[in-house]
Design a binder for this molecule. Sequence first.
Ligand code: BYC
Ligand code: FE
Ligand code: FE
Length: 477
Amino acid sequence: MSTVVNDERIPNNVHLADDKKLQRALEAWQPNFISWWKDMGPVGFQEDDVFLRTAVSVDHDGWAHFDYVKMPDYRWGIFLTDPVADRKIGFGDHYGEPVWQQVPGEHRNTLRRLIVTQGDTEPASVEQQRLLGQSCPSVYDLRNLFQVNVEEGRHLWAMVFLLHSHFGRDGREEAEALLERRSGDANKPRLLGAFNEPCTDWLSFFMFTFFTDRDGKFQLLALAESAFDPLARTTRFMLTEEAHHMFVGETGVMRVVDRTAQKMAEAKKDHPDDVRAMGVIDLPTMQRYLNLWYSLSLDLFGGEISSNAASFFAGGLKGRAKEDDYEEHRALEGSYAMDVVKDGKLLREDVPLRNAMNEVLRDAYVIDCQRGVDKWNRAIEAHGIPFKLTLPSRRFHRQIGIYAGVYASPDGELIGKEEFDRRAGDWLPTEADKAYVKSLMQKPIYDPKQMANWIAAPKQGVKGRPVDFEYVRHGAA
Ligand code: BYC
Ligand code: FE
Ligand code: FE
């Protein structure tokens, strides 16, 4: 079992104190991180005591500690899961060889790029969510938002540790650059599309944590297979925290859906105008938000046919989610049947399996998303409301890959640009939808006893505390 050192400036289980040079480099980065956090983290709550979970070890039970902390004092640490003895490379051309503790020269640039891409999403999401505290539906939700935010901060630390410990000067430069790019800034945007989109209302936040954090889960699962063992071990531990982010998204959307369906059933009304008149979010609007965040998140898997993905797999850098579940790990033979667009028509084409690895990962993601959507639909059904949320086709509203530049309906039917533009308001959030959703969230709720009208209360509180516990002491002296 690894030893954890918690009394140093940077809590860690990687024997940081034994490597003075690395320790100094990270301690030099730390104030820059804190000043980024203060500038770009949650606006208006930096002085408040927040009831947060902090990772303190990698033990299965008891890895986290819960207590009040002011966010800038959060103990962001470096934790890698314990090494697996004699771990072997699980896929690709080096299948069966010992994993690497150091970065092989030929993979240095590619690995750095993967780590930087992963790292970039973490602060990006904090930036996207920085204003949400000012419109929170409850103190319980406010706390969950901050929990997600501080853990995304820790995920950034996880990647910066790898950059500093394995990539020399260019790694340190990349670590600085991770604090310099800004979500949505045209001059220095974050690297991936979805992380430059505004996420300024709570319906978007719940959709984001359900769909976009779930891309995180699957990318981390793929990196957890990596032959570069420090990357595998750090992403394995990140997955532990990630589970909570998806819980926030799944239960968040569930509570919104539940509240709306309950109101519809009580009033026996189903027209969106009538539903809105009751101060809740109508289901078609929720479907449009779902369509948006799902399609943006599908883009995060990269192109369907990708030589990058093939070389990541061949090199042993990035595997499939749960590679052990596959029978064959080289993927040199075999192909993947894909619907490509040729002359405006769909055509089935066989793609060599390695080149289809992004799509293979996306398949696993889609199944996982569908499971959540099914749960939401069961809640709607339980209120006797005849409405079903659906995941749109993978061809709908894509900006990356073989369906970028193609116009498709949510059913996946190829249509012209004109028809798409004409019907876009049925399929994606309109300005009026956004204005309505925001209108519900004008006033933040800082009284622990209250819950906004548009969302159901959660079933239970955090760590055995009641739902109306004072999770955030906002503005307390
Ligand atoms: N936006 O071969 P292609 C998370 C670029 S989320 C912009 O199709 P590849 C989190 C691509 O870079 C998980 N550009 O794709 C969630 C390439 O550029 P170059 C984050 C994009 O390389 C919530 C070109 O298009 N982790 O943790 O196979 C809150 C053609 O690339 C996009 C990772 O992403 C896009 N959406 O795959 C907090 C894991 N997609 O090389 C956190 C690490 C592609 O031609 N990253 N491009 O200049 C990767 O594994 C890969 O970089 C990607 C792209 C899967 C993202
Ligand atoms: Fe993360
Ligand atoms: Fe996350």
